[in-house]
Design a protein around this ligand. Structure first.
Ligand code: ADE
Length: 243
């Protein structure tokens, strides 16, 4: 997977991505990251890339031409037209399903805005997906791009080690994750649930599934509506009404 990020703050993207698990994946050659500084494509002698909004109002708008040229500098090197994700609170809200869908692409281009947004005309020309990471407003699209790149990266073959496997965590089957415990067996008077010490693998799996079901019902009942529930899961939830 190749990520190309069009941004006014390339350091923020590189610093955020090239540490930890995603950084290790870049070193292993499983992923690559290119940042393109939109300011390098300014058409203004003062290197500006923003201007006042037509119609008045607060703030500045990023101009169409530098953004378009930054995009074209990437697109010229790609064989097929890539998906171009514009980070914006007006977009479709990102979720695990979208991460799974994006993980199938060979290349993704991220467009990060700043100020009061980007001239609509260039968005109409180049953007394929407008994506929000939630109903709140950030100062720019860099953190949302990093969030999406992280969620997509961990789904790619080889990025996680076996022990970090993406298979069993939150949102697998659309359920929240069960609680985890490690040593010591008793910490400040609090004991690890006995079943986890039993060595009985099937019982442990059943207990974990039940904890996932209870957590999801209690904390995020909206997820249960589209969760993959077995008959046994449904029976458990019906019986566990007061847990
Ligand atoms: N830019 C500013 N806020 C954002 C959000 N919530 N999601 C995506 N891009 C943004």
């Amino acid at each position: 997977m190749k990520f190309h990020v069009l941004t006014l703050f390339p350091d923020m993207i590189r610093d955020g991505f090239q540490t930890s698990i995603t950084g290790r994946a870049v070193e292993k050659g499983l992923l690559s990251l290119e940042t393109v500084n939109i300011r390098d494509f300014s058409v203004n002698k003062h290197n500006r890339v923003d201007d006042y909004p037509y119609g008045g109002g607060a703030g500045m708008v990023m101009q169409a031409e530098p953004v378009c040229r930054a995009y074209e500098s990437v697109a010229a090197r790609l064989s097929a037209a890539p998906r171009v994700l514009y980070m914006s609170p007006q977009g479709k809200v990102f979720d695990q399903r979208m991460a799974e869908e994006l993980a199938k692409e060979q290349e993704l281009v991220f467009l990060c805005g700043h100020y009061e947004g980007i001239d609509e005309r260039v968005l109409e020309e180049i953007v394929t997906d407008e994506v929000s990471i939630g109903d709140y407003v950030l100062t720019g699209g860099e953190l949302p791009a990093l969030v999406i790149m992280d969620a997509v990266s961990r789904l790619l073959d080889g990025v996680l080690h076996n022990e970090e496997s993406a298979e069993f965590d939150s949102f697998h089957d659309n359920l929240l994750e069960y609680p985890q415990y490690s040593r010591p067996e008793e910490w400040r008077g609090k004991k690890v649930p006995a079943i986890l010490l039993s060595g009985h693998h099937a019982n442990v799996e059943r207990w974990r599934r039940e904890q996932s079901l209870l957590r999801t019902r209690n904390r995020r009942p909206d997820l249960l509506e589209t969760a993959n529930l077995t008959e046994e899961d449904k029976k458990f939830l019906a019986k566990a009404e007061d847990l």
